[in-house]
Design a protein around this ligand. Structure first.
Ligand SMILES: Cc1cc2nc3c(=O)[nH]c(=O)nc-3n(C[C@H](O)[C@H](O)[C@H](O)COP(=O)(O)O)c2cc1C
Length: 114
């Protein structure tokens, strides 16, 4: 499993390099990211779908699942348009609840199938 943040529409460079160099030696790869892009914006230039497409290409068919954990899921709805709140929010034990926790449980269930 490879977990990395997204920067400028792609997985962080060390994750890209790892996959490009070593995917041939891996069986099935699962990728996950904590990212700024929301589900609504996932198809935009810096959205996670583009990053998933890119990393899948680098992995040459080895990726079996990609999952995004948008930071917006732990930001109160009224602050989701506040860019400062976005940049300053980190996942913590305290805020890892509700929608993001449900998403995580779904992810774990999916991973267990692989
Ligand atoms: C310079 C910079 C560029 C970023 N670019 C993107 C992006 O293109 N798409 C995205 O979804 N999130 C983007 N983000 C949000 C990060 O993926 C998110 O904040 C992640 O949690 C950062 O992890 P870190 O706190 O360990 O650096 C960006 C954050 C920074 C600081």
């Amino acid at each position: 499993m490879i977990i990395a943040p997204l920067y400028l529409g792609k997985f962080a460079l060390p994750a890209q390099i790892l996959i490009r160099r070593y995917s041939d030696r891996m069986n099935e790869i699962i990728c996950a990211t904590c990212c700024g892009s929301t589900q609504e914006k996932r198809n935009e230039k810096f959205g996670y779908q583009g990053a998933f497409r890119h990393i899948r290409k680098l992995a040459r068919g080895k990726i079996v699942h990609c999952e995004a954990f948008p930071i917006a899921l732990v930001i109160p709805e009224e602050k989701r348009d506040d860019s400062e709140a976005f940049m300053n929010t980190r996942l913590t034990d305290d805020n890892f609840k509700g929608e993001i926790l449900e998403k995580f449980k779904g992810f774990i269930a999916e991973v267990r199938k692989s």
